[in-house]
Write a protein that binds this ligand. Structure first.
Ligand code: ZN
Length: 316
């Protein structure tokens, strides 16, 4: 996993966004970290790596130079900043964004090189488009990583599986002319973004749907992903479909969310496809329900990766 303290500290304490989610998930994962406890043989473990800031050239894989450069220079308009949110912005916002994107990129490179499952403990910034940010997303890590894998890592086909309760609109538009990158989004039909984009496959589900309907859609989404014969799966693993979520509008239980994760990792393992987990949304009030679900997500990922049978098919 990749993590940096600025994932939390780069967001202003007064921002409406629950910035503590990152540091709180890190605390929960401490017992699973290598060397941090006497572990039973074969029990899941998690290595935490510190990301390097992403390079401008990698942002340009999915974004217009004009937008990238104005963000880096701190000259986005008030309107553009408001659309992104995470306000009031701090001086660290640029560095936080570069580290978050760098963590995603390094997790992707690791998964391609070594197989198994890697993760970034932030991101899943699926509402960012080529030339503007939106909904807590500055740049689109899923699109950048998909294009990096295809153009620079010798990956022939990639699938983006987006199970966040909100549609992956920015990912859909950014990758719409890239046939090697399949985009599949399961989301609540009446939730943000209210003007939806067209993913390769959209599986909208009705508000108040519970575990059964959500998991049916997840199974269907996985069928579509693996028909594409991906060599890499990018998993936007937002947990805002939980009943406890303030922005979700669905009624998925913690157990249902655990089942979701299990289905994804089981299928990827069966197909021998490496997975990158992008954290995604989660806004329960109080936040505990979200933190529980992210702890489940990352420890399940660690279990599957520790006992993995996946190997990279395209090590160079
Ligand atoms: Zn979301």
């Amino acid at each position: 996993m990749w993590y940096h303290p600025l994932y939390t500290d780069g967001i202003h304490p007064d921002a409406r966004f629950p910035r503590d989610r990152y540091v709180r998930v890190l605390e929960r994962l401490t017992p699973y970290r290598t060397g941090k406890q006497e572990q039973a043989e074969g029990s899941p473990f998690i290595e935490i790596h510190t990301p390097k800031p992403i390079k401008r050239e990698h942002l340009l894989l999915a974004h217009d130079a004009e937008y990238v450069d104005r963000f880096l220079a701190g000259t986005l308009t008030e309107k553009e900043i408001k659309r992104i949110g995470l306000t009031p912005w701090t001086e660290d916002m640029v560095q936080r964004t570069l580290l978050l994107m760098g963590g995603a990129l390094e997790a992707t490179e690791h998964a391609v090189q070594f197989g198994g499952i890697s993760a970034n403990m932030a991101g899943g910034t699926h509402h960012a488009h080529r030339n503007f940010g939106s909904g807590y997303c500055v740049f689109n890590d899923l699109a950048v990583c998909a294009l990096h894998a295809l153009q620079n890592l010798n990956v022939r086909r990639v699938a983006v599986l987006d199970l966040d309760v909100h549609q992956g609109d920015g990912t859909a538009t950014t990758l719409q002319h890239v046939p090697e990158a399949l985009t599949v989004s399961v989301h609540c039909d009446v939730n943000f973004p209210f003007r939806k984009s067209s993913s390769d496959y959209d599986l909208p589900i009705a508000a108040e749907s519970g575990d059964i309907r959500y998991l049916e859609a997840v199974e269907e989404a996985l069928d579509l992903c693996f028909e594409h014969q991906p060599e890499l799966l990018l998993f936007q693993a937002g947990v805002d479909a939980l009943a406890a979520d303030a922005l979700g509008k669905l009624n998925v239980t913690r157990t249902g969310m655990q089942r979701r994760n299990e289905i994804v990792f089981e299928r990827a393992s069966k197909h021998n496809v490496p997975v990158v987990v992008f954290m995604g949304g989660g806004y329960a009030k109080p936040l505990d329900g979200t933190i529980d679900a992210f702890e489940d997500l990352f420890t399940q990922a660690a279990s599957w990766s520790t006992g993995r049978t996946t190997t990279a098919s395209n090590v160079q």
